[in-house]
Design a protein around this ligand. Structure first.
Ligand code: SF4
Ligand code: SF4
Length: 99
């Protein structure tokens, strides 16, 4: 194996994918939770596996790449990135009320 190929493999090995739950159950301290409007969500409406920006951009890897996409609120930190990246504004952030 050439040195440049070894270097490339080392770089690849150092790249981390987000893992659900890495930071604990962040859903317990978030102030907002995302809600998906299935009437607007492209895969939910079309039944086709398209879009999935919410899955792609979620830094906590808590959105499924399914029809419809589902969010595991136990681990969602409420950052709103999914809402920002949804091309059809199907996601809204709802305030979590605490008594
Ligand atoms: S980004 Fe929006 S339209 Fe795309 S899959 Fe997620 S909720 Fe649906
Ligand atoms: S609010 Fe943030 S952590 Fe929660 S599903 Fe959306 S992108 Fe992921």
């Amino acid at each position: 194996m050439t040195d440049s190929k070894k270097d490339y493999q080392k770089i690849l090995a150092s790249v981390q994918k987000p893992v659900k739950g890495e930071a604990g159950k962040t859903g317990t301290w978030s102030n907002f939770k995302p809600i998906i409007d299935l009437e607007k969500c492209i895969p939910a409406k079309s039944g086709k596996a398209t879009c999935f920006n919410c899955w792609l951009y979620c830094p906590e890897a808590v959105v499924t790449r399914t029809i419809p996409p589902k969010i595991d609120l136990d681990y969602c930190k409420g950052c709103g990135i999914c809402m920002e990246e949804c091309p059809v504004n199907a996601i809204t952030m709802e305030e979590v009320k605490t008594e």
